[in-house]
Ligand binder design. Structure first.
Ligand code: AMP
Ligand code: TRP
Length: 344
Protein backbone atom coordinates (compact mmCIF):
# COMPACT_ATOMS: atom_id res chain seq x y z
CA UNK A 1 0.00 0.00 0.00
CA UNK A 2 1.33 3.42 -0.88
CA UNK A 3 2.06 5.82 1.95
CA UNK A 4 -0.80 8.08 2.97
CA UNK A 5 -0.56 11.60 1.52
CA UNK A 6 0.28 14.37 3.95
CA UNK A 7 -1.86 17.42 4.59
CA UNK A 8 -0.85 20.55 6.48
CA UNK A 9 -2.67 23.75 7.19
CA UNK A 10 -2.43 26.49 9.78
CA UNK A 11 -4.52 29.23 11.29
CA UNK A 12 -3.54 32.41 13.07
CA UNK A 13 -4.73 32.82 16.66
CA UNK A 14 -6.63 35.98 15.87
CA UNK A 15 -10.36 36.49 16.04
CA UNK A 16 -13.37 34.27 16.51
CA UNK A 17 -14.29 31.16 14.68
CA UNK A 18 -17.34 32.23 12.67
CA UNK A 19 -19.50 30.38 10.15
CA UNK A 20 -17.44 31.96 7.33
CA UNK A 21 -14.08 30.51 8.27
CA UNK A 22 -15.71 27.36 9.71
CA UNK A 23 -17.51 26.41 6.47
CA UNK A 24 -14.78 27.94 4.32
CA UNK A 25 -11.80 26.22 5.92
CA UNK A 26 -12.00 24.48 9.28
CA UNK A 27 -14.79 22.03 8.40
CA UNK A 28 -12.62 20.87 5.57
CA UNK A 29 -9.70 20.29 7.95
CA UNK A 30 -11.96 18.03 10.01
CA UNK A 31 -13.15 16.05 6.98
CA UNK A 32 -9.64 15.57 5.53
CA UNK A 33 -8.57 13.77 8.69
CA UNK A 34 -10.55 10.73 7.51
CA UNK A 35 -8.45 10.28 4.40
CA UNK A 36 -5.00 11.76 4.94
CA UNK A 37 -2.18 12.09 7.41
CA UNK A 38 -2.98 15.59 8.67
CA UNK A 39 -1.23 18.13 10.87
CA UNK A 40 -2.70 21.50 11.73
CA UNK A 41 -0.91 24.37 13.39
CA UNK A 42 -1.93 27.40 15.38
CA UNK A 43 0.66 29.86 14.15
CA UNK A 44 1.52 32.19 17.00
CA UNK A 45 4.86 33.27 15.50
CA UNK A 46 2.87 34.58 12.53
CA UNK A 47 0.54 36.48 14.85
CA UNK A 48 3.50 38.56 16.09
CA UNK A 49 4.04 40.15 12.70
CA UNK A 50 1.53 42.96 13.31
CA UNK A 51 0.82 44.93 16.46
CA UNK A 52 -0.21 42.55 19.29
CA UNK A 53 -0.29 42.16 23.07
CA UNK A 54 1.72 39.31 24.62
CA UNK A 55 -0.89 38.22 27.22
CA UNK A 56 -3.68 38.33 24.61
CA UNK A 57 -1.63 36.25 22.18
CA UNK A 58 -1.24 33.33 24.59
CA UNK A 59 -4.91 33.50 25.53
CA UNK A 60 -6.00 33.63 21.88
CA UNK A 61 -3.77 30.67 21.06
CA UNK A 62 -5.53 28.46 23.64
CA UNK A 63 -8.91 29.85 22.66
CA UNK A 64 -8.53 28.77 19.04
CA UNK A 65 -7.14 25.38 20.14
CA UNK A 66 -10.29 24.72 22.21
CA UNK A 67 -12.49 25.87 19.33
CA UNK A 68 -10.70 23.64 16.80
CA UNK A 69 -10.98 20.63 19.11
CA UNK A 70 -14.67 21.36 19.76
CA UNK A 71 -15.53 21.26 16.05
CA UNK A 72 -13.69 17.98 15.51
CA UNK A 73 -9.99 18.55 14.84
CA UNK A 74 -8.19 15.68 16.57
CA UNK A 75 -5.84 16.61 19.39
CA UNK A 76 -3.07 14.37 18.05
CA UNK A 77 -3.08 16.33 14.78
CA UNK A 78 -2.80 19.74 16.38
CA UNK A 79 0.30 21.71 17.30
CA UNK A 80 1.29 25.15 18.51
CA UNK A 81 3.89 26.59 16.15
CA UNK A 82 6.11 28.18 18.81
CA UNK A 83 6.43 24.86 20.65
CA UNK A 84 8.34 23.68 17.58
CA UNK A 85 11.17 26.22 17.16
CA UNK A 86 12.41 24.33 14.08
CA UNK A 87 9.85 26.44 12.19
CA UNK A 88 11.98 29.54 12.71
CA UNK A 89 15.24 27.77 12.06
CA UNK A 90 13.97 26.53 8.71
CA UNK A 91 12.56 29.99 8.03
CA UNK A 92 16.04 31.47 8.40
CA UNK A 93 17.52 28.90 6.07
CA UNK A 94 14.72 29.56 3.57
CA UNK A 95 15.39 33.30 3.80
CA UNK A 96 18.60 32.47 2.01
CA UNK A 97 16.68 30.62 -0.71
CA UNK A 98 13.98 33.18 -1.35
CA UNK A 99 14.13 36.17 -3.59
CA UNK A 100 13.69 39.64 -2.16
CA UNK A 101 11.96 40.71 -5.38
CA UNK A 102 9.40 37.92 -5.13
CA UNK A 103 8.62 38.81 -1.51
CA UNK A 104 8.10 42.42 -2.52
CA UNK A 105 5.35 41.30 -4.87
CA UNK A 106 3.28 39.56 -2.18
CA UNK A 107 -0.16 41.17 -2.16
CA UNK A 108 -0.92 40.11 1.41
CA UNK A 109 2.14 42.03 2.59
CA UNK A 110 1.05 45.10 0.68
CA UNK A 111 -2.53 44.82 1.99
CA UNK A 112 -1.53 44.16 5.58
CA UNK A 113 1.06 46.90 5.70
CA UNK A 114 -1.45 49.40 4.31
CA UNK A 115 -4.06 48.18 6.79
CA UNK A 116 -1.60 48.55 9.69
CA UNK A 117 -0.85 52.12 8.63
CA UNK A 118 -4.56 52.95 8.43
CA UNK A 119 -5.73 51.33 11.65
CA UNK A 120 -2.85 52.20 13.95
CA UNK A 121 -1.64 55.36 12.23
CA UNK A 122 1.77 53.89 12.82
CA UNK A 123 4.41 53.78 10.15
CA UNK A 124 6.11 50.81 11.78
CA UNK A 125 5.97 47.75 9.53
CA UNK A 126 7.90 44.80 10.92
CA UNK A 127 10.44 42.80 8.95
CA UNK A 128 8.45 39.82 10.28
CA UNK A 129 5.46 40.90 8.21
CA UNK A 130 7.66 41.03 5.12
CA UNK A 131 9.09 37.60 5.93
CA UNK A 132 5.70 36.06 6.83
CA UNK A 133 5.40 33.97 3.63
CA UNK A 134 8.87 32.47 4.14
CA UNK A 135 7.84 31.28 7.61
CA UNK A 136 4.70 29.89 6.00
CA UNK A 137 6.86 27.96 3.50
CA UNK A 138 8.81 26.55 6.45
CA UNK A 139 5.52 25.47 8.12
CA UNK A 140 4.61 23.53 5.01
CA UNK A 141 7.92 22.00 3.96
CA UNK A 142 8.97 21.04 7.49
CA UNK A 143 6.33 18.29 7.32
CA UNK A 144 6.76 17.45 3.61
CA UNK A 145 3.11 18.27 2.98
CA UNK A 146 1.65 17.02 -0.30
CA UNK A 147 -1.52 19.08 0.07
CA UNK A 148 -2.24 22.41 1.70
CA UNK A 149 -5.94 23.22 2.10
CA UNK A 150 -6.30 27.01 2.04
CA UNK A 151 -8.48 29.74 0.63
CA UNK A 152 -7.76 31.32 -2.76
CA UNK A 153 -6.12 34.28 -1.03
CA UNK A 154 -3.14 32.03 -0.18
CA UNK A 155 -2.29 30.99 -3.76
CA UNK A 156 0.56 33.46 -4.07
CA UNK A 157 2.13 32.21 -0.82
CA UNK A 158 1.92 28.64 -2.02
CA UNK A 159 3.58 29.62 -5.29
CA UNK A 160 6.42 31.18 -3.28
CA UNK A 161 6.68 28.03 -1.19
CA UNK A 162 7.11 25.93 -4.32
CA UNK A 163 9.77 28.24 -5.69
CA UNK A 164 11.69 28.06 -2.40
CA UNK A 165 11.48 24.25 -2.48
CA UNK A 166 12.63 24.26 -6.08
CA UNK A 167 15.57 26.57 -5.46
CA UNK A 168 16.59 24.55 -2.43
CA UNK A 169 16.43 21.27 -4.36
CA UNK A 170 18.48 22.75 -7.21
CA UNK A 171 21.08 24.22 -4.88
CA UNK A 172 21.63 21.01 -2.88
CA UNK A 173 21.40 18.82 -5.98
CA UNK A 174 18.67 16.58 -4.63
CA UNK A 175 14.86 16.44 -4.97
CA UNK A 176 14.56 16.65 -1.21
CA UNK A 177 11.33 18.63 -0.87
CA UNK A 178 8.17 17.61 -2.70
CA UNK A 179 6.41 20.59 -4.21
CA UNK A 180 3.15 20.98 -2.27
CA UNK A 181 -0.16 21.41 -4.02
CA UNK A 182 -2.88 23.79 -2.96
CA UNK A 183 -6.12 22.06 -2.12
CA UNK A 184 -9.08 24.24 -2.98
CA UNK A 185 -12.29 22.73 -1.86
CA UNK A 186 -15.75 23.54 -3.06
CA UNK A 187 -15.93 25.83 -0.09
CA UNK A 188 -18.77 28.23 -0.22
CA UNK A 189 -17.89 31.85 0.16
CA UNK A 190 -20.10 32.75 3.08
CA UNK A 191 -21.30 36.34 3.00
CA UNK A 192 -22.25 38.63 5.84
CA UNK A 193 -25.97 38.26 6.63
CA UNK A 194 -26.06 41.98 7.46
CA UNK A 195 -24.50 42.95 4.12
CA UNK A 196 -24.50 40.07 1.62
CA UNK A 197 -22.21 41.96 -0.77
CA UNK A 198 -19.22 41.48 1.57
CA UNK A 199 -17.82 38.27 2.96
CA UNK A 200 -18.55 37.22 6.51
CA UNK A 201 -15.58 38.42 8.52
CA UNK A 202 -14.64 39.77 11.88
CA UNK A 203 -12.88 42.82 10.56
CA UNK A 204 -16.10 44.43 9.26
CA UNK A 205 -17.67 44.62 12.75
CA UNK A 206 -19.89 42.58 15.08
CA UNK A 207 -22.97 42.29 12.91
CA UNK A 208 -20.97 40.99 9.96
CA UNK A 209 -20.12 37.62 11.42
CA UNK A 210 -21.93 34.88 13.33
CA UNK A 211 -19.76 33.32 15.99
CA UNK A 212 -19.83 29.51 15.89
CA UNK A 213 -19.91 29.43 19.70
CA UNK A 214 -22.69 31.96 20.02
CA UNK A 215 -25.83 31.73 22.18
CA UNK A 216 -28.74 30.13 20.30
CA UNK A 217 -30.91 33.19 20.78
CA UNK A 218 -28.41 35.51 19.19
CA UNK A 219 -27.85 33.21 16.22
CA UNK A 220 -31.59 33.08 15.56
CA UNK A 221 -31.81 36.83 15.92
CA UNK A 222 -28.87 37.49 13.60
CA UNK A 223 -30.37 35.26 10.91
CA UNK A 224 -33.83 36.73 11.41
CA UNK A 225 -32.44 40.17 10.64
CA UNK A 226 -30.58 38.97 7.52
CA UNK A 227 -30.83 41.31 4.55
CA UNK A 228 -32.87 39.77 1.69
CA UNK A 229 -34.96 41.57 -0.95
CA UNK A 230 -38.51 42.68 -1.67
CA UNK A 231 -39.80 39.09 -2.02
CA UNK A 232 -39.50 36.01 -4.25
CA UNK A 233 -42.30 37.15 -6.51
CA UNK A 234 -40.33 40.26 -7.47
CA UNK A 235 -37.42 38.23 -8.91
CA UNK A 236 -37.35 37.09 -12.55
CA UNK A 237 -37.72 33.43 -13.64
CA UNK A 238 -35.78 31.88 -16.55
CA UNK A 239 -37.05 29.49 -19.24
CA UNK A 240 -36.29 26.47 -16.99
CA UNK A 241 -38.39 27.81 -14.15
CA UNK A 242 -35.37 28.85 -12.09
CA UNK A 243 -35.95 32.05 -10.21
CA UNK A 244 -33.10 34.51 -9.88
CA UNK A 245 -31.79 34.99 -6.32
CA UNK A 246 -30.53 38.13 -4.65
CA UNK A 247 -27.16 37.87 -2.87
CA UNK A 248 -28.82 37.71 0.57
CA UNK A 249 -31.22 34.90 -0.33
CA UNK A 250 -28.47 32.99 -2.13
CA UNK A 251 -26.33 33.21 1.01
CA UNK A 252 -29.12 31.84 3.20
CA UNK A 253 -29.53 28.88 0.85
CA UNK A 254 -25.74 28.34 0.88
CA UNK A 255 -25.73 28.28 4.67
CA UNK A 256 -28.51 25.71 4.72
CA UNK A 257 -26.60 23.49 2.31
CA UNK A 258 -23.37 23.94 4.26
CA UNK A 259 -25.22 22.71 7.38
CA UNK A 260 -26.01 19.51 5.49
CA UNK A 261 -29.77 20.17 5.45
CA UNK A 262 -30.16 19.01 1.87
CA UNK A 263 -33.83 18.00 2.03
CA UNK A 264 -34.91 21.28 3.57
CA UNK A 265 -32.74 23.06 0.97
CA UNK A 266 -34.51 21.23 -1.87
CA UNK A 267 -38.01 21.84 -0.48
CA UNK A 268 -37.43 25.52 0.13
CA UNK A 269 -35.83 25.97 -3.27
CA UNK A 270 -38.86 24.42 -4.97
CA UNK A 271 -41.12 26.80 -3.06
CA UNK A 272 -38.85 29.69 -3.96
CA UNK A 273 -38.96 28.87 -7.66
CA UNK A 274 -42.74 28.70 -7.45
CA UNK A 275 -42.71 32.14 -5.85
CA UNK A 276 -44.31 30.81 -2.64
CA UNK A 277 -41.46 31.04 -0.17
CA UNK A 278 -41.82 33.29 2.82
CA UNK A 279 -38.42 34.66 3.84
CA UNK A 280 -39.52 34.29 7.46
CA UNK A 281 -39.66 30.51 6.93
CA UNK A 282 -36.31 30.50 5.13
CA UNK A 283 -34.64 32.49 7.90
CA UNK A 284 -36.25 30.32 10.57
CA UNK A 285 -34.97 27.11 8.96
CA UNK A 286 -31.46 28.49 8.43
CA UNK A 287 -31.30 29.95 11.95
CA UNK A 288 -32.34 26.64 13.47
CA UNK A 289 -29.85 24.67 11.37
CA UNK A 290 -27.00 26.94 12.47
CA UNK A 291 -28.19 26.96 16.09
CA UNK A 292 -28.38 23.16 16.13
CA UNK A 293 -24.86 22.82 14.75
CA UNK A 294 -23.59 25.41 17.16
CA UNK A 295 -25.28 23.75 20.18
CA UNK A 296 -23.22 20.60 19.67
CA UNK A 297 -20.00 22.62 19.37
CA UNK A 298 -20.79 24.78 22.40
CA UNK A 299 -21.45 21.69 24.53
CA UNK A 300 -18.25 20.03 23.35
CA UNK A 301 -16.21 23.16 24.03
CA UNK A 302 -17.65 23.42 27.54
CA UNK A 303 -16.63 19.80 28.22
CA UNK A 304 -13.14 20.51 26.98
CA UNK A 305 -12.88 23.72 29.01
CA UNK A 306 -13.90 21.80 32.12
CA UNK A 307 -10.89 19.60 31.48
CA UNK A 308 -8.57 22.47 30.57
CA UNK A 309 -5.44 21.14 32.21
CA UNK A 310 -5.68 17.80 30.54
CA UNK A 311 -6.37 19.33 27.12
CA UNK A 312 -3.40 21.68 27.45
CA UNK A 313 -1.24 18.72 28.41
CA UNK A 314 -2.47 16.77 25.37
CA UNK A 315 -1.62 19.62 23.00
CA UNK A 316 1.84 19.97 24.50
CA UNK A 317 2.28 16.24 23.98
CA UNK A 318 1.00 16.31 20.41
CA UNK A 319 3.26 19.28 19.64
CA UNK A 320 6.20 17.32 21.07
CA UNK A 321 5.34 14.31 18.93
CA UNK A 322 4.88 16.38 15.78
CA UNK A 323 8.20 18.07 16.60
CA UNK A 324 10.00 14.74 16.12
CA UNK A 325 9.18 14.99 12.40
CA UNK A 326 10.31 18.61 12.28
CA UNK A 327 13.64 17.69 13.87
CA UNK A 328 14.25 14.97 11.30
CA UNK A 329 13.71 17.47 8.48
CA UNK A 330 16.09 19.94 10.10
CA UNK A 331 18.70 17.23 10.53
CA UNK A 332 18.48 16.46 6.80
CA UNK A 333 18.49 20.14 5.85
CA UNK A 334 21.54 20.88 8.01
CA UNK A 335 23.31 17.99 6.35
CA UNK A 336 22.32 19.10 2.84
CA UNK A 337 23.18 22.77 3.33
CA UNK A 338 26.58 22.36 4.93
CA UNK A 339 25.59 23.64 8.37
CA UNK A 340 27.03 22.32 11.62
CA UNK A 341 25.70 18.89 12.44
CA UNK A 342 23.60 19.02 15.57
CA UNK A 343 23.08 15.81 17.46
CA UNK A 344 19.33 15.54 17.93
P1 AMP B 1 -9.44 34.11 8.50
O1 AMP B 1 -10.60 33.81 9.39
O2 AMP B 1 -9.69 35.31 7.63
O3 AMP B 1 -8.10 34.09 9.17
O4 AMP B 1 -9.38 32.91 7.43
C1 AMP B 1 -9.16 31.56 7.77
C2 AMP B 1 -9.57 30.70 6.59
O5 AMP B 1 -11.00 30.74 6.41
C3 AMP B 1 -8.96 31.11 5.23
O6 AMP B 1 -8.59 29.93 4.51
C4 AMP B 1 -10.09 31.82 4.51
O7 AMP B 1 -10.03 31.66 3.10
C5 AMP B 1 -11.36 31.15 5.08
N1 AMP B 1 -12.50 32.11 5.23
C6 AMP B 1 -12.53 33.22 6.03
N2 AMP B 1 -13.72 33.88 5.92
C7 AMP B 1 -14.46 33.17 4.99
C8 AMP B 1 -15.78 33.33 4.44
N3 AMP B 1 -16.58 34.34 4.79
N4 AMP B 1 -16.21 32.41 3.54
C9 AMP B 1 -15.41 31.37 3.19
N5 AMP B 1 -14.16 31.16 3.67
C10 AMP B 1 -13.67 32.04 4.56
N1 TRP C 1 -1.22 32.67 6.00
C1 TRP C 1 -2.31 31.79 6.39
C2 TRP C 1 -3.60 32.63 6.53
O1 TRP C 1 -3.53 33.84 6.62
C3 TRP C 1 -2.00 31.09 7.69
C4 TRP C 1 -0.84 30.14 7.55
C5 TRP C 1 0.40 30.27 8.14
C6 TRP C 1 -0.82 28.95 6.79
N2 TRP C 1 1.19 29.19 7.82
C7 TRP C 1 0.48 28.39 6.98
C8 TRP C 1 -1.75 28.32 5.98
C9 TRP C 1 0.85 27.17 6.35
C10 TRP C 1 -1.38 27.12 5.36
C11 TRP C 1 -0.08 26.56 5.55
O2 TRP C 1 -4.71 32.05 6.57
Amino acid sequence: MSEQKRVLSCIQPTGHMHFGNYFGAVKNWVDLQEKYNCVYGVVDYHAMTTLYKPDKLRQATWEIIFSLLAVGVKAENLFIQSLIPEHVELCWIFNCFSSYGQLQRMTQFKDKSNQAKETTKDTFISTGLFDYPVLQAADILLYHADFVPVGKDQDQHLELCRSIANRFNTQVGKEYFVLPETLHTETPKIMSTADPTRKMSKSAGDKHYINVFEEQKRILKQVRSAVTDAGASTMSVDANGIREKSAGVENLFELLKACGKLNAHKDLETKYNEGNLSYGDLKGTVGEALAELSAGFVARKAELMADKKNVKYQIQQSSAEIRVRAKQTLKDVRQLTGLGNLKY
